[in-house]
Design a protein around this ligand. Structure first.
Ligand code: SF4
Length: 298
């Protein structure tokens, strides 16, 4: 952990951390980045004082989704590419719960890219964790829309021949309110990004560059460690300047900047722009009425 103060705090809160642990057997491959990401999420939740009853964690299909029963609490494991509409609906129905959604690069930028666009536009109040390992790991290593040109994958044995989407440039083009990036090998930094994102009132997009040692041979851990740089070390960087953010994320080969890259604190989230709920004190889940429908069942 980068911040020693947090490390001491966390050691005192080990009892709270253990409440998120399950007895389920971990099924990820050895050295998979998912271990670090899930560990960081548990650390961040404990350090921010969240209790299991205050949280809903929604998982897409994929290797990251197999983490849904490896963390204790309310979890929802849905259809491929559809985690964002489900998570957004839950957050709108019950604003008292903190909703966290996670998905891989396939679910986010192929099957579910339409949902990503509208979740950002509407600034739904959720933390979204994008596990970017640049391939479909669960289905044994096919190219996703984020796999690099030239990569040899199981579905494209002669190599990928088209350029990938630049995920952060795409997200930034949609006028988001919070964009951060981290790397699965830097657990302390991932924890820090999750903690900042948990405090954000709108849609917090956190991308984790994640190693997939089994199928993605093009960008192993060492590839990232040679290239990653911390944004706080960049002179005169202004995280409220979206054009500066878009310029630095263009480079996906040489300098890969990690940290809170863009934040717009003035943007209104969905609740603040939705006129029909102004002044309503109850949440939608509290307004559900039970109707007797037995007469229609005969
Ligand atoms: Fe992790 Fe890749 Fe194995 Fe999936 S296939 S568990 S992403 S190493």
């Amino acid at each position: 952990m980068r911040d020693k103060k947090d490390f001491h705090k966390l050691s005192k809160l080990s009892g709270d951390y253990l409440k998120y642990e399950t007895s389920k057997v971990l099924t990820w491959c050895g050295n998979c980045g998912n271990y670090g990401i899930q560990n960081a999420l548990k650390r961040a939740l404990v350090l921010e004082g969240y209790k299991k009853k205050d949280l809903l964690m929604c998982f897409d299909i994929g290797c990251n989704g197999n983490g849904s029963d490896k963390i204790e609490g309310y979890t929802l494991h849905g259809l491929h590419g559809r985690v964002l509409p489900v998570a957004s609906g839950c957050a709108l129905a019950n604003p008292k719960m903190k909703v966290i959604a996670s998905a891989g690069d396939g679910g986010t930028f192929s099957e579910g890219i339409n949902h990503l666009v509208h979740a950002i536009r509407n600034d739904y109040p959720i933390l979204f964790i994008h596990h970017n390992n640049e391939n479909y790991g669960l289905t044994v290593g096919q190219a996703s829309s984020l796999t690099r040109c030239g990569a040899i994958m199981n579905g494209t044995p002669k190599e990928v021949t088209i350029d990938p989407i630049n995920s952060l440039d795409f997200v930034l083009s949609l006028n988001p309110s919070f964009v951060a990036r981290s790397f699965s090998g830097e657990i302390g930094h991932v924890t820090e990004m999750f903690r900042l994102a948990l405090k954000h009132k709108g849609f917090a997009y956190v991308e984790i560059l994640q190693s997939c040692p089994t199928y993605n041979k093009m960008t192993p851990d060492i590839w990232y460690t040679k290239r990653i740089k911390m944004i706080e070390d960049k002179k005169d960087y202004d995280k409220s300047d979206i054009w500066q953010a878009r310029r630095i994320v263009r480079d996906m080969e040489n300098e890969i900047w990690l940290g809170l890259l863009y934040e717009n604190k003035k943007k209104s989230n969905f609740f603040e722009t939705y006129p029909f709920r102004k002044g309503v004190k109850t949440a939608l889940v509290e307004e559900v009425r039970h109707k007797d429908i037995s007469q229609f069942m005969q």
